[in-house]
Ligand binder design. Structure first.
Ligand SMILES: Nc1nc2c(ncn2[C@@H]2O[C@H](COP(=O)(O)OP(=O)(O)OP(=O)(O)O)[C@@H](O)[C@H]2O)c(=O)[nH]1
Ligand SMILES: [Mg+2]
Length: 717
């Protein structure tokens, strides 16, 4: 295979809702690009893109698969992304290496929530979109409805470059307003005749061409001047205007296709090549705030955006050459770790098929096998080149606890999960010391089930998934004092320490109060030293030494603090971590011989424990900001479901057919929420969740938690 010049490369990610036909369209693109001479189908489980067992069994894409085709002497790199939001990590990684996207819309459905979700991601990551209205050969295909839904969702960005003729099972014609041609398809293999536009479509074509011209003129000031002067633009000028508007994300040009019958696919690719940006001159940010320009003459650098373990091949790392020319045998360095890697053989990729190449130019996508440290999100480069900025993925929306079915497999399961997480940055595996559980988080239940499937099938291990514990916190609501004397004088060396302390709630932004009633007397405490700690688990502990008259040596203060810290990880109510507390040590006693560190640790710990117990302790629970994107029809059911989860709706925004509900919901009520939301709305809604703050639990919940904890303690005894 030849090596393509940077200017002759287009990197395009196919995005859109589930089952809009991305994989089928990709198959037609490969056929048009002569990479394959027979098209497979999703049903027959023989597409190039959906080549893993899980994808074939489930007839859906779960990995973003890199592919390529050659058209017009250009290398058309395609990344076929999954349409399910659970697997959005694939599309998001692809945005890092693609300058362009094709938003595939099911012409029998119009805009779906998946269309909206991925269009939002594309916008967020700054990737312009061409729209392919697909499946126009389907019985229920409806062009007018689809265009209306596109205009409703994306407004005046939507501009038609084509319209279809004979929509439905006999779909065989496309009127192209830009080329002013009628493409009449003769078969289901992309062969067509190029004809004059038939008279019956001439008026519609004329009208759309004026709209196209006007829109193109808006993309560029010079064109606008010319358009006002002459009311006419040439086809090349329209193309230039579209290019400008598209690249700024102001125009979404719309095409009519059937991936299944290979109608309009080649024309879509040709337009993309003519209008979409090549990687040449594009700029990637580095971690250090610098820039790497996609220039074949610069020092070589590549970015690994995806890794996988593949049948017969082992570890495969997929990358884009960000600058320079990558030659086989190159020795590169990871700028972040200093590790060296030799890339002895490099490949172009079409799904499972890899073709060895001797060099890859800046801007192109390829892969390499068996790197020593070829992790996702890693830069490899010539000396002196900085690492590319890391990818940013959405926060997890599904969280569960995981354990090995067979206890003896625990270590192996941990290793398997870590390997999967290293490949898929949207999977997070963490052992929580606090909860004593391994927590597995991802984008949804399907995503987590894929992990379970992989552990079983790729690592031959069984895991069990179950509801995770909630990281509750405890705090106090009022002032309390306590004292404790630790005295041990039987046998050997004695121990003696006595601590008197006061606890009071910590309130952010308020100075430490010093006036208290202690033992019925108004007392002013003199803060001799004060220490403030940001707790690892959130919140604060402030510690003041107010001892007068040398009742306790300064040297014992760290021991007292240590004793308090011991109890901070084990609140008196449910054994949860404590937070937001001020502790004043105001008095105590020493013994000339027996006072030692251990005595003050014990005295500090017990005095604090007692003070906490009587200071109106409260359980706090984590509250999340939850934003739900739902079609307007489902707002009612979503709201009543949130009510049942102790959720509070803060406000709502309307966005065309969709509503965004902004709510606050306790984490304890969010287990399997993505699954419930999906079944509540027939898969039409999605959401994001992000930790907001800790809030006291309502009294009835506190009672229930206390009872649960007491029962658990009993069981553990
Ligand atoms: N009639 C018709 N059916 C199509 C067309 N494209 C895809 N399909 C069918 O639609 C279903 C989904 O197709 P896929 O290509 O897997 O869709 P996808 O967008 O890749 O789906 P995900 O990967 O799950 O997001 C399959 O049953 C296809 O046969 C088309 O152009 N016309
Ligand atoms: Mg697919």
């Amino acid at each position: 295979m030849k090596s393509y010049l940077t200017k002759d490369i287009r990197n395009v990610v196919l995005i859109g809702g589930s089952k809009s036909g991305k994989t089928t369209l990709a198959e037609a693109m490969l056929y048009e690009g002569k990479v394959i001479d027979r098209r497979g189908t999703v049903e027959a489980k023989n597409t190039v893109s959906d080549n893993t067992e899980f994808e074939q069994t489930n007839q859906k894409s779960v990995y973003a698969t890199p592919l390529y085709a050659e058209v017009l002497n250009t290398k058309f790199n395609i990344i076929d992304a999954p349409g399910s939001d659970d697997f959005s990590g694939g599309a998001i990684a692809a945005f890092k290496v693609c300058e362009n996207s094709i938003l595939v819309v099911n012409g029998a459905q119009g805009v779906e929530v998946g269309t909206e979700i991925f269009a939002r991601y594309a916008k967020q990551y700054g990737i312009p979109m061409i729209v392919a209205v697909n499946q126009l050969d389907a019985e229920k295909a409806d062009w007018d409805h689809t265009i209306a839904s596109l205009k409703e969702a994306f407004g005046s960005k939507i501009i038609l470059v084509q319209f279809p003729v004979n929509v439905g099972p006999d779909f065989n014609g496309i009127v192209d307003v830009l080329t002013q041609k009628f493409y009449k398809f003769k078969d289901e293999n992309g062969n067509y005749e190029e004809l004059e536009i038939p008279a019956e479509y001439a008026d519609q074509a004329e009208e759309l061409r004026s709209e196209l011209m006007e829109k193109a003129a808006e993309g560029d000031d010079d064109l606008m001047m010319k358009f006002f002067d002459t009311m006419e633009l040439t086809t090349d000028e329209i193309r230039a205007g579209l290019r400008a508007g598209y690249s700024k994300g102001e125009i979404m040009p719309v095409f009519a296709v059937s991936g299944k019958k290979d109608v309009g696919v080649k024309r879509l690719m040709e337009f993309t090549i003519n209008v979409a940006a090549s990687p040449l001159g594009t700029v990637a940010k580095t971690k250090e705030g610098g820039e790497i320009t996609c220039d074949p003459n610069a020092p070589v650098s590549l970015f690994i955006y995806k890794t996988a373990v593949e049948q017969h091949l082992g570890d495969v790392a997929y990358f884009k050459v960000m600058s320079g020319v990558l030659n086989e045998g190159a020795d590169l360095t990871n700028p972040e770790t200093g590790n060296n890697e030799r890339l002895s053989a490099i490949y172009a990729v079409a799904g499972a098929k890899k073709e060895k190449v001797s060099s890859i130019n800046a801007g192109d996508i390829g892969c390499v096998m068996k790197l020593k440290n070829g992790k996702t999100d890693v830069t490899l480069a010539a000396p002196g080149v900085d690492a590319i900025e890391h990818m940013v993925f959405p926060d997890a929306k599904y969280r569960c606890a995981v354990k090995a079915v067979d206890k003896n497999d625990e270590a192996k399961v941990g290793e398997a999960l870590n390997k999967i997480a290293a490949q898929d940055p949207t999977i997070i595996v963490e052992y929580s010391k606090e909860l004593r559980q391994t927590i597995l988080s991802g984008q949804g239940e399907q995503h987590i089930n894929l992990v379970k499937w992989r552990v079983k099938n790729e690592f031959k291990l069984d895991i069990e998934l179950f509801a995770p514990k909630v990281p509750y916190r405890e705090t106090i609501t009022k002032v309390a004092t306590a004292q404790y004397r630790h005295k041990k004088q039987s046998g050997g060396a004695g121990q003696f320490g006595e601590v008197h302390l006061l606890v009071c709630p910590y309130v952010e932004g308020e100075p430490a109060p010093t006036k208290f009633k202690i033992d019925g007397k108004d007392t002013i405490l003199n803060l001799k030293t004060s220490e403030s700690f940001d707790l690892e688990w959130g919140g604060k502990l402030e510690f003041y030494n107010c001892v007068v008259g040398g009742a306790i040596d300064l040297g014992f203060m760290p021991a007292i603090l240590k004793g308090i810290n011991d109890k901070m990880t084990e609140g008196p109510l449910t054994g949860s971590y404590a937070r937001d507390i001020r502790v004043y040590v105001y008095d105590g006693k020493m013994h000339p011989v027996d006072s030692k560190e251990i005595a003050f640790i014990i005295a500090g710990r017990n005095a604090f424990k007692e003070a906490f117990r009587i200071a109106g302790p409260k359980i706090l629970e984590p509250i999340y900001n939850v934003d739900i994107l739902t079609p307007n029809d489902y707002v009612g059911p979503c709201m009543s479901d949130l009510n049942g989860r102790r959720g509070m709706i803060i406000n709502q925004d309307m966005d065309g057919n969709f509503t965004i509900l902004h709510a606050r919901v306790p984490l304890a009520e969010l287990y399997r929420y993505s699954t419930t939301l999906s079944s509540l709305t027939g898969g039409a809604a999605t959401f994001t969740m992000k930790f907001a703050e800790y809030q006291p639990v309502p009294a009835d919940v506190q009672t229930k938690l206390l009872a649960e904890y007491a029962a658990q303690e009993k069981e553990d005894e």
